[in-house]
Structure formats: structure tokens, C-alpha cells
Design a binder for this molecule. Structure first.
Ligand SMILES: Cc1cc2nc3c(=O)[nH]c(=O)nc-3n(C[C@H](O)[C@H](O)[C@H](O)COP(=O)(O)O)c2cc1C
Length: 189
């Protein structure tokens, strides 16, 4: 399996970054293929601009978008890993999806509405929250609709795992480690 992990966290010492590093190392140890795209490290520009619209209208894909689309094409499984900020994904990741999942690459409009173009890929999310999961069910459900239906189903990606780890800043190190082990189990062969 070829996993593309798209990480949206500016702090290498964060829980999300540690989880992604441990998951990356584990998947490699199982002989799986993994690429991590850390959007802060690569400096991905998340603003879908007027220039992007006019280039795409001329069937010219801006170079930075083309590079990221290349990674998506390579992968069998996309994993978005991020901290929940204001009930959703960090702006850089939203902007990555705005710019990389373009019409003609990720979806197209057809007579019956739209058609996803990224099948048969699978898609997962790994989210950390400050709120504990017991008090955050409604928001998690809303986020699952956005990721699972609005983004994955729409683009032909089959939703796989949608993981939430709660109370990350306040739980013990032991609990944080158990979260990381849980994520590893979920994606192990
Ligand atoms: C800008 C910002 C917005 C946040 N919004 C939320 C939120 O809406 N819900 C929540 O549960 N936690 C929220 N948090 C807390 C983070 O989700 C939490 O600190 C993070 O998941 C911890 O994991 P990390 O070490 O990977 O950052 C927010 C934190 C920041 C910095």
C-alpha cells in the first residue's frame, strides 16, 4: 500500500507531528510505502488565486499544484493528519484541498451532477482536539460529514478511517502514547 500522509502542523514537537513520525516509521517497518507532505515544511501556498483560475482555465496547472497532484496520483491511501482548529482543519490544509483537488483532476461535472476522479483511492483523517471526545461528539460528526462526504465521496475517494484523539493538551503522556499506538494499529497491515 502507498500511503500519502498530508500533515498540517507548524510545530515539529506537537502531538500530531509525533504521531505522524511514529506512523510513518511503523508503516515503513511493515514494508509499506509512505510519503509525508508537511505543508508547513514545504511552504505550500494555500491561497487559491485569480492567477490559478486563469491558468487552470487554459489547462495549465501551476507547478506547485502539479507537484502535489503527482503525490496524490502516486498514492493508494491519503491520510490527512491535523489538529482541530476552530472546529475544522487548519487553513493551510483547507487551502491545499482548494488548490490541489481541482476540477478535471479530482472531480468533473457531468450531466447528472458530478463525478469523482480519484477512485479507487482510500482516504482517512487523524484529528487531535483540545476538547475531550465525550463532549465533542456533535462537532466530530459534523467534521466526519465534511471529510467523508464533501471531500472524499465527492472526489471518488473511499472513506476509510476517521480518527479523533481528544483532550490532547490535558491528558497524560501515557494516554498520548496510547493514542499513537491506536493510530498505528488502525493502519497496520
Ligand atoms: C487556533 C487554534 C484553534 C483551536 N480550536 C480548537 C477547537 O475548535 N476545538 C478543540 O477541541 N480544540 C481546539 N484547539 C486545541 C487543539 O486542537 C489542540 O491543542 C491540539 O489538537 C493538540 O494537538 P497538537 O499537539 O498536535 O497541536 C485549538 C487550538 C488552536 C491553536
Amino acid at each position: 500500500m502507498k500511503h500519502l500522509i498530508i500533515l498540517a502542523h507548524p510545530n515539529p514537537a506537537s502531538f500530531s507531528s509525533s504521531l505522524v513520525k511514529a506512523l510513518h516509521d511503523h508503516l515503513l517497518s511493515e514494508g509499506q510505502e509512505v510519503t509525508v507532505r508537511n505543508l508547513y515544511e514545504t511552504g505550500f501556498n494555500p491561497v487559491l488565486s485569480a492567477d490559478d483560475f486563469s491558468a487552470l482555465a487554459d489547462n495549465k496547472v501551476p507547478k506547485d499544484i502539479e507537484i502535489e497532484q503527482g503525490y496524490v496520483k502516486w498514492a493508494d491511501h491519503l491520510i490527512f493528519a491535523y489538529p482541530v482548529w476552530w472546529g475544522g482543519m487548519p487553513a493551510v490544509l483547507k487551502g491545499y484541498i482548494d488548490r490541489v483537488f481541482t476540477e478535471g483532476f479530482a472531480y468533473e461535472y457531468v450531466a447528472e451532477g458530478s463525478k469523482g476522479l480519484l477512485s479507487p483511492r482510500k482516504g482517512s483523517t487523524i484529528c487531535s482536539t483540545g476538547a475531550c471526545s465525550e463532549e465533542y461528539g456533535k462537532v466530530q460528526d459534523a467534521m466526519k460529514v465534511i471529510s467523508g462526504e464533501v471531500i472524499f465521496d465527492f472526489t471518488g475517494i473511499k472513506p476509510y478511517r476517521q480518527l479523533f484523539y481528544g483532550g490532547v493538551p490535558s491528558v497524560s503522556d501515557e494516554v498520548r502514547k496510547s493514542y499513537i499506538q491506536d493510530a498505528i494499529r488502525e493502519f497496520s497491515k
